[in-house]
Design a protein around this ligand. Structure first.
Ligand SMILES: [Fe+2]
Ligand SMILES: [Fe+2]
Length: 390
């Protein structure tokens, strides 16, 4: 989470504006106060960074960020009141502002911002950072996360990690033990795709684990759910929706566009920070869906092809998009499997047993930055890291 604060410019005619002919002392003292305020904000930021460097994988970083935000926000508010020459207390102004926040339906979502006046809130922007990890493939992908996810989360100051885990168990589906390990490594929400139901062993977890989702548009009767609302320790909520495309797939699925739109409407009654994992083969289907829901969700990220695309952008309505996040697994492979068997299959057109590769581990992910206030994306950045195991 990142906080940006700046001192509002003085406008002629406001209380506190420099009177004509005043000595330089007044002007100097105002500059000193402004610089002091900036120093306080920077100090809070640095304290947050220092703590994050010392954090382990299980440390709830969001608490640190939230604390820094509250502190700098209150200070900005006090500085603002001083500039206006008003003698309001934080408590009394908070009461007034609470009504304003409620009017926009944000008070429950942002309790930590209640103490900040609207004038100051306009100067402070709070962003949520979400790390979305592309399809975790086999042992190479799992080990890459085991050894590097905590570092990535800390480096990027991410609040939440979502990962596609449809290939985490040897390239085919998930198991309950592996799901547990992914959570232990720091993955908060696990999404799926066409391989979600590959292992029968995982089926009970779709009912028992609220942070495990599979494509919503599978026929009714399948276990699990297509969306979830994840609540962070500071009370903020993130909606995660999982859909699967229909082009080039054997499964006869319901329309992801129609079901997806309805699911987004439902999620927006809980939170307006929503991330969609659109698991599909065809680029056109992913792009079309992102354009279809542009402005109603924070991000639409494509998964399934295991090849990262370089088309990440924020669409006109404020939805971050990438056609495919890629794969967290072995780079020396054909989308995760040893190339020898894949080549043989193409040459002979006969059944060949594929073996998962472990060579050249890499992490493919995107870092999403979403404005807490609007639910719209501020930025999307690709992450492509070749990693080494210790
Ligand atoms: Fe897939
Ligand atoms: Fe996959």
């Amino acid at each position: 989470m990142m906080v940006k604060a700046r001192c509002p410019p003085l406008v002629s005619g406001q209380r506190g504006h420099e009177p004509t002919g005043q000595s330089n002392t007044w002007r100097e003292s105002r500059r000193v106060r402004f610089l002091f305020h900036l120093l306080l904000v920077c100090r809070d930021q640095l304290r947050g960074a220092d703590r994050s460097r010392g954090a382990g994988s299980g440390t709830p970083q969001r608490l640190r960020c939230e604390g820094a935000t509250r502190a700098s926000g209150e200070r900005a508010h006090r500085a603002h009141l001083r500039r206006r020459g008003e003698r309001k207390t934080l408590r009394s102004s908070a009461k007034q502002n609470e009504g304003g926040v409620e009017a926009r339906g944000n008070a429950k979502q942002f309790p930590h911002l209640k103490l900040i006046s609207w004038q100051c809130r306009s100067q402070i922007r709070v962003f949520m950072k979400i790390l979305f990890v592309g399809d975790i493939f086999g042992n190479a992908g799992r080990r890459a996360l085991a050894e590097h996810l905590a570092r990535l989360m800390s480096e990027h100051k991410a609040d939440l990690c979502i990962a596609n885990g449809e290939n985490a168990a040897g390239g085919w589906g998930l198991t309950a033990a592996i799901l547990k390990k992914l959570h232990k490594y720091g993955v908060h929400v696990v999404t799926g795709g066409n391989h979600s139901f590959a292992n029968q062993e995982i089926l009970p977890a779709f009912e028992s684990d609220p942070a495990l989702v599979r494509p919503l548009n599978f026929p009714p009767g399948n276990p699990g759910k297509g969306s979830t609302v994840y609540t962070l320790a500071d009370g903020r909520k993130v909606g995660v929706l999982n859909l699967q495309g229909r082009t080039f797939f054997a499964e006869a699925l319901d329309c992801p566009f129609r079901l997806g739109t309805a699911a987004i409407e439902d999620l927006r009654t809980h939170t307006h920070i929503i991330v969609v994992d659109f698991h599909a083969e065809a680029s056109s289907e992913k792009i079309a869906f992102a354009q279809h829901v542009d402005g109603t969700v924070g991000a639409v990220v494509g998964t399934h092809t295991h090849v990262q695309t370089a088309d990440e952008r924020v669409l006109a309505g404020g939805t971050a998009f990438i056609t495919d996040v890629g794969m967290t697994g072995p780079e020396e492979s054909a989308i995760g499997m040893k190339t020898k068997g894949i080549i043989r299959r193409f040459l002979l057109q006969s059944p060949v047993r594929f073996e998962p590769s472990s060579d050249g581990p890499m992490i493919n992910a995107v870092l999403l930055e979403i404005d807490d206030t609007t639910g719209k994306a501020v930025s999307i950045a690709r992450i492509f890291e070749r990693v080494r195991f210790s």
